[in-house]
Design a protein around this ligand. Structure first.
Ligand code: AMP
Length: 371
């Protein structure tokens, strides 16, 4: 495959883009042949993050790291998914401060509101309308089978609300509001994106080709799930707290959590396959450690001489080095409320313009244009 250099990306990543662009171009061309006047964009990115707690390394690996790279190559829309958070967190006492924290943490991780449109979901009122239309195209049976719905219903049997059931529909409305094709998300969102494609196909089939089919995206092709440091579940904003590394954690807390990460006696056979929880530790190392450090521990693992205590000490220090500046930057941004308000206002305006354009197309396509 020819390697094409896209600004800010290394050649391997550029090659991914080369493939993706041609794949989508091919798909769009195929559609355009059937509908000569359709004008479906293929270079728009959209994703969101819920303000249900503090941003963690799983959010960073699964989503934010990709946001930061994509903002240089695409038209990007990123949002704080405050309405989604109401499905599981109906108490809104801390919503305002959580929204600000998530905004600040994303910016501290490298999201640039000057490059990407960064906004709050609830500021785009059109989303409610699109959600309503899409609800007519979503079936109860498929929604009930969604893994995240079943999980959440099990975790909160006292609050199995319709919003939880139709979460993938609202998420589809968010994505297609900007006619996005690429959705940088973690592995937990894979099924939702599959559903989004189904809703889009149904909409386009019934009312005309308005929307591109959205696809989950990660630069390394495979979607990522960062498991908890205890080897179970996943890093999460609201569960598994001691096994999750939050950007808000103080240095000693980061050290404590890393030192408690699940390991074992070490491999007994040379070049053995790593268990998932060990693979996870190496994955964290790849994020924050120097290459020679990683290859030393890879070699130690492969020749059965690895000392996990040493590895964790090194990882803890490198993790502190990586995470502490983001924490400090977050605190600086949080101290400047006027800046955060400005980010929200600008984001609402830019995302609002895009939403208005889409809703004009949608209302016309459905036939809600009586005068
Ligand atoms: P949430 O925190 O559920 O709002 O998720 C925000 C983004 O982070 C979504 O794209 C998720 O797929 C991603 N994400 C959340 N937790 C993880 C995790 N443990 N590993 C990888 N990605 C994650």
């Amino acid at each position: 495959m020819q390697q094409v250099k896209v600004a800010g990306l290394n050649p391997i990543e550029s090659a991914d883009f080369y493939y993706l662009r041609h794949y989508y171009f091919y798909k769009m061309t195929e559609k355009n042949l059937n509908k000569p006047n359709s004008d479906i964009p293929s270079q728009i990115v959209m994703s969101g993050i819920r303000p249900t707690g503090m941003v963690h390394l799983g959010n960073y690996f699964g989503a934010i790291r990709n946001y930061v790279k994509m903002q240089d190559a695409f038209e990007c829309y990123f949002m704080v998914a405050d309405l989604h958070s109401l499905t599981t967190h109906p108490d809104t006492k801390e919503l305002k401060s959580n929204v600000r924290r998530v905004l600040a943490e994303n910016i501290a991780c490298g999201l640039d509101p000057e490059k990407a449109t960064f906004y709050c979901q609830s500021h785009i009122r059109e989303t409610g309308e699109l959600y309503l239309y899409l609800n007519m195209l979503a079936y109860k049976g498929e929604l009930e089978k969604t893994v995240t719905f079943k999980d959440k219903a099990r975790q909160h049997p006292e609050n199995v609300n319709a919003g939880l059931l139709t979460y993938p529909v609202l998420q589809t409305a968010d994505i297609i509001m900007h006619r996005a094709s690429y959705v940088p998300v973690g592995k937990d969102q894979e099924q939702h994106l599959e559903m989004a494609r189904n809703f889009v196909v149904r909409f386009n089939h019934r009312y005309g080709e308005i929307f591109p089919e959205p696809h989950a995206f990660n630069y390394n092709q495979e979607l990522i799930k960062v498991p908890g440091l205890d080897g179970t579940g996943k890093m999460s904003k609201s569960e598994n707290n001691m096994a999750t590394l939050y950007f808000a954690d103080e240095d000693d807390m980061i050290r404590k959590k890393v030192m408690k990460a699940l390991t074992d006696q070490g491999p007994t056979e040379k070049n053995a396959q790593k268990p998932d929880y060990i693979e996870n530790i190496f994955m964290l190392m790849k994020l924050v450690c120097e290459e020679d450090v990683i290859s030393k521990y890879e070699d130690d693992f492969n020749n059965c001489s690895i000392r996990y205590g040493d590895l964790k000490k090194q990882l803890a220090e490198d993790m502190v080095k990586f995470m502490a500046p983001i924490r400090q930057k977050t605190n600086d941004i949080l101290a400047n409320d006027a800046y955060l308000v400005e980010v929200m206002e600008k984001g609402a305006q830019k995302a609002g313009e895009s939403a208005k354009k889409t809703m004009d197309l949608v209302r016309n396509a459905i036939g809600l244009n009586y005068f």
